[in-house]
Ligand binder design. Structure first.
Ligand code: ATP
Length: 421
């Protein structure tokens, strides 16, 4: 076991010391494991700590919560707990365990074990290192599968040949880590990964888990790289035939981040920001395919709405929007019915920089312009409430957007002249 000089924030070090001492007093051994250890070597220590206990993780978590004055939430069927430590963060505590998979893609059967077997059940060698917290062995590295070497060489390496078959969500994790750390999926691992892709094992994973993996990819700093890699590895159509990255979407990928940033700066709400990215995966689906995809991925209602509406947007929209002298009111008519996530993707995927600029100008103008007149103005003029209201207000707004009226006064005069006898 080797010891390393890590740059660990004092608060974290003191907590790890406490964890090690508590385990020792209980006749158990505790280890920091997984992403926390990996990130220490990468000099980007995270705030979330994963602890594995050789012993009884559930009771250990309760004692740790008591010792630190924290709340604890236990998941007894998995032998895991979350301790939320005030002023610090989240500590996941688990009992060391082995896992066996009865069916590919299903959740595993778990049994108590020692730390090495616990590390062996993990996804990649870089995530299968542990730091002992036992006093006397504090921060000594346990690295039975060569994770540190792989981390140094920039390799994402699975622990065994059946890894992606046991749990195909690791396909997405491999791509995510590869792109995040600018590493490479190791050759044999890629072969195993491709075998699982071609063997259609992704089909066995629940929609909820797949949706979660895609969400995690969209939360990475550069989702575009992972999206292209998933496409290259042939993963997307194995999730659903309506997925793939068409050429136009490939061109849009480098612009998506900037388009989201533009919407944020202009305070245009994107309730489902990740769905802007998701549209890059849509391979021009029909409405029927969009619905079946939504079902497969168990998308939420707002997400479903975006995917279905996206399928109704005709590619000819760009022709219409870029036409010479197209009025703002016309752009409004075409774009206003679309969800803001679709508007944002349309801007990112605009076929020319000129059109992208034009759309940017339109969105910031629309965002800033409030209608000069409202229903209550019509009421004040004695116009009887009814369906005419929406017609008059839309006409007034169109004229305002196209610059036909200069101000509220001119608009009110026009309404009076046109609609009040
Ligand atoms: P991130 O930085 O994205 O949170 P992480 O490595 O901390 O990455 P988690 O999803 O929090 O990832 O998982 C914690 C640890 O649990 C991983 O480092 C890995 O050892 C293990 N793990 C997570 N998911 C799997 C999986 N599908 N198969 C095997 N091991 C897994």
């Amino acid at each position: 076991m080797r010891t390393f000089q890590f740059q660990i924030p004092p608060k974290t070090k003191s907590l790890l010391t406490k964890v090690g001492q508590l385990a020792d007093e209980r006749g158990e051994a505790a280890y920091a494991v997984g992403g926390f250890v990996r990130d220490l070597f990468l000099r980007r220590p995270g705030m979330d700590i994963d602890i594995t206990v050789e012993g009884d993780g559930l009771t250990f978590a309760e004692k740790l919560a008591k010792l630190t004055g924290s709340e604890v939430e236990a998941f007894t069927q998995f032998g895991t707990s979350i301790v939320v430590i005030p002023g610090f963060g989240k500590v996941d505590v688990a009992t060391a365990r082995t896992e066996s998979y009865e069916k590919p893609g299903a959740l595993p059967k778990v049994e108590k074990s020692g730390i090495v077997q616990d590390l062996y059940r993990r996804d990649f060698t870089i995530n299968a290192m542990a730091l002992s917290l036992t006093p006397g062995y504090f921060l000594k590295l346990l690295d039975p599968f060569g994770g540190l070497e792989d981390l140094k060489k920039g390799r994402v390496r699975a622990l065994h040949e059946k890894s992606f078959i046991d749990d195909p969500t690791r396909i997405f994790r491999a791509v995510r880590f590869e792109q995040r750390f600018k590493t490479r999926i190791e050759e044999k691992t890629q072969k195993w990964l491709l075998e699982a892709v071609k063997g259609d094992y992704i089909q066995k994973v629940s929609g909820e888990r797949l949706r979660n993996e895609l969400r995690l990819i969209f939360q990475e700093p550069h989702p575009e790289r992972a999206v292209l890699r998933l496409e290259e590895l042939g993963v997307l159509p194995r999730i659903h035939p309506a997925l793939g990255v068409p050429l136009e979407a490939k061109k849009a990928l480098p612009q998506i981040d900037a388009a989201i940033g533009f919407f944020r700066r202009n305070q245009i709400t994107l309730e489902e920001e990740k769905m802007v990215w998701f549209q890059a995966l849509l391979s021009n689906p029909s409405v029927h395919e969009a619905e079946s995809l939504s079902k497969r991925l168990m998308l939420s209602r707002p997400e479903q709405k975006i995917v279905t509406q996206c399928a109704t947007v005709h590619p000819a929209i760009y022709g219409e929007l870029s036409g010479e002298g197209v009025m703002v009111s016309r752009m409004y008519k075409l774009l206003c019915p679309l969800k803001s996530e679709i508007q944002c993707f349309l801007m990112a995927a605009a076929p020319t920089p000129v059109l992208r600029q034009k759309l940017a100008g339109y969105f910031s103008k629309i965002q800033k312009s409030k209608p000069w007149i409202r229903g209550r103005d019509l009421q004040a003029m004695g116009i009887a409430p009814g369906f005419r209201y929406s017609f008059i207000l839309l006409e007034a707004l169109n004229a305002q957007l196209d610059g036909k009226f200069k101000n509220r006064k001119e608009t009110l005069e026009w309404v009076k002249k046109t609609f009040v006898a």
